[in-house]
Design a binder for this molecule. Structure first.
Ligand code: PLP
Length: 332
């Protein structure tokens, strides 16, 4: 094997071979606090290997979206970021207002109206690859990615789920949106290998907790919208939004009430409807769980109402939509 010593030019050439699809990148822009600026060339979207987020998973993140030029539910994501940082004693490198401004500018420079955005806060560089975070200075990375389009059958026919055999994270760790996603990744792989769309991890007591990147809820036989107690899961922003939106269904008599409580597998098997929630999919009906047909086996009425309410929220709920300053950036 020919192992050459490579130069910067070899690695950062305009068309580096190691960077797939250099002509049609899915990655539009990245901000790095290390450089204090934004890059648009995917080959430059790098994080140093000695950042503790890379070699120890010591970092946190948020994933959210921009719809028609407006970031949706931005404050909920910033407040969850702040909470994750507090839980793991990670000092944010900037205050939340500054993180917001940097993120909005990065999206504006990316120049796309519909996209995904991720904010990472890492423990930072140094300490010669040791585990110790002591004296590390945290860093901020923001990336703007191509919009993801869920498979259409999720919404027309419904999705399937299995119970995962991967143990879920202990309560404290489940509540931090950290860069430790190994159990989640393994549960995702398990679903894939078993031909299911989602894997649902159980909490330590054997109740439904969450999917690798999805919150879960059901409508039980009394028409109660039930979601797991949130002390064993990440507090999903989409689920919490669905809970607020579902109040309309309670008022209209389409749901009896909304409650957060333990959900057993038996209860889920016998539910009228079952759902998965996450930013990228909004709400998806689960029509088969562990080979058991849920409800009629077709997307149900509560799903259809919630999806409509989400679609309205994405475009009309000014309180949750933060405009991206494209013009400011274009005008210098
Ligand atoms: C473990 C986990 N649970 C739930 C969710 C759903 O959270 P949100 O609705 O904020 O996307 C996610 C999101 O990626 C997640 O990673």
């Amino acid at each position: 094997m020919d192992l050459r010593v490579l130069s910067r030019e070899d690695i950062f050439s305009p068309r580096p071979e190691w960077r797939f699809e250099p002509e049609a990148p899915d990655y539009f822009a990245m901000y790095s606090s290390l450089w204090g600026g934004i890059v648009k060339d995917p080959a430059l979207m790098l994080i140093p290997l000695d950042d503790h987020m890379v070699h120890r998973g010591d970092g946190i993140f948020e994933a959210f979206k921009c719809v028609k030029g407006h970031i949706y539910n931005f404050d909920a994501h910033l407040s969850r970021l702040e909470n994750s940082a507090r839980l793991i004693s990670l000092n944010l490198p900037f205050d939340l207002e500054t993180i917001k401004e940097i993120t909005l500018k990065t999206v504006a420079i990316a120049g796309v109206k519909d996209c995904r955005i991720r904010i990472y806060v890492s423990r930072g560089l140094g300490n010669a690859f040791s585990c110790s975070p002591v004296d590390c200075r945290s860093q901020l990375y923001v990336v703007v990615l191509k919009e993801s389009v869920p498979p259409p059958y999720y919404y027309t026919d419904g999705a399937s789920a299995i119970t995962s055999c991967i143990p879920t994270k202990a309560s404290f760790f489940a509540q931090v949106k950290s860069c430790n996603y190994l159990p989640n990744a393994l549960a995702h792989l398990e679903a894939h290998e078993k031909g299911a769309d989602f894997a649902i991890m159980l909490d330590q007591q054997g109740y439904l907790a969450e999917g690798p990147t999805q919150s879960i809820a059901i409508v039980d036989h009394q028409k109660i919208f039930k979601y797991p107690r949130l002390d064993n899961t990440l507090k999903g922003t989409t689920l919490l939004r669905a809970v607020a939106l579902a109040e309309e269904l309670v008022e209209a008599g389409e749901l009896k009430s909304i409650s957060s409580s333990d959900i057993s597998r038996e209860e889920a098997y016998n539910s009228l409807e079952m759902f998965a929630f996450t930013v990228g999919i909004a709400v998806v009906p689960i029509v088969k769980y562990d080979e058991k047909v849920i409800g009629t086996g077709k997307p149900g009425p509560v799903f259809r109402r919630l999806l409509k309410l989400f679609q309205r929220d994405y475009t009309e709920n000014r309180e949750l939509l933060t405009p991206v300053p494209y013009d400011e950036v274009a005008n210098g």
